[in-house]
Design a protein around this ligand. Structure first.
Ligand SMILES: Cc1cc2nc3c(=O)[nH]c(=O)nc-3n(C[C@H](O)[C@H](O)[C@H](O)COP(=O)(O)OP(=O)(O)OC[C@H]3O[C@@H](n4cnc5c(N)ncnc54)[C@H](O)[C@@H]3O)c2cc1C
Length: 166
């Protein structure tokens, strides 16, 4: 199968991304690692009008420890989470779960934000987020919202995130 035609925009800033999400609504779709999105496009299970590529937004990558809080950027790759000493020291459940996420090629590209946003009930990261009491930070042009994992995941592939929120 081949993907349907779509427009492609490589975002060059967070502000531009939020503006595009606001303008495009349901017709716009973020592409992060593309490991789940591309297969669904190729199988025509999803036909967004425009893909917004956030891979150039380095501010969304990285893992930091701030007091007792570990912050993981949405664009942090599975491989970087797996190799992080902050994660192994403070969130060992995630370190133990990560080797079970797909295989190396997928872990090299896939992101924690993509996994959380997708909310596949069989996926490891949403389960870890729930078990660890994670808080998701979503942002739109209207500002930021913090959503507890138990409120974020609403069902099969369904989350509290609105289409205009990153
Ligand atoms: C062969 C294969 C095996 C796999 N096995 C497993 C497994 O065993 N366990 C597991 O947990 N996962 C598995 N996965 C999924 C993999 O972990 C994906 O990388 C992950 O689910 C999605 O991450 P991504 O960055 O590739 O997201 P993408 O595919 O780019 O996006 C997925 C969805 O999330 C949205 N999205 C992405 N980032 C954001 C963001 N920052 N804000 C808002 N929306 C966003 C996209 O619009 C899209 O709807 C597998 C994938 C493949 C191809």
């Amino acid at each position: 199968m081949k993907a349907p035609k779509f427009n492609y925009i490589k975002a060059n800033s967070l502000q531009q991304t939020l503006e595009l999400l606001d303008e495009l609504g349901e017709e716009g779709r973020i592409i992060a690692g593309g490991q789940s999105l591309m297969p669904t496009l190729n199988m025509r299970l999803s036909q967004p009008n425009t893909l917004i590529d956030i891979n150039g937004l380095q501010d969304l990558e990285g893992i930091t420890l701030e007091g007792e809080i570990v912050k993981i950027g949405a664009l942090t790759r599975h491989i970087d989470v797996a190799q992080s000493s902050i994660i192994s020291e403070h969130l060992s459940l995630i370190s133990k779960a990560m080797p079970h996420v797909a295989h190396v090629a997928v872990r090299n590209r896939g992101t924690i934000g993509g996994s959380i946003a997708l909310a596949d009930p069989a996926a490891e990261m949403p389960a870890c987020a729930l078990a660890l009491g994670a808080i998701m930070v979503v942002e739109s042009l209207k500002g930021r919202r913090e959503i507890a994992a138990e409120d974020f995941f609403k069902g099969l592939y369904e989350t509290e995130r609105k289409p205009n929120e990153l």
